[in-house]
Ligand binder design. Sequence first.
Ligand code: FES
Length: 111
Amino acid sequence: MAGLTRLCALAELSEGVSRGFDPWGAGHDQVFALLHQGQVRVYRNSCPHLDVPLEYRKDRYLSADGAWIICYAHGARFDPADGRCVYGPCLDEHLRALPHRVEDAAVWLEG
Ligand code: FES
């Protein structure tokens, strides 16, 4: 499928769990995905505050209760539904949502 990059099987995502990916071979995860209220969300792994990765270790993008995306640099909190910062130094800025699709029981990055 031209223009599509497979991230993972849909079954590998579940509510409250996030996963990071390196689809362009950068050597670190540049994209992360999660399942939120039944919807797959895919974001660029870059905080709008200082353009640094969000996770504190592999695949850890969420708060302990799984309710929020967290930037572990300065504790910014983002709504998983739309990537809007609801708390922290980049209040009301957004994570960059990436176009994706769910097809053949897998999550694909578009473009
Ligand atoms: S770099 Fe993310 S909150 Fe500062």
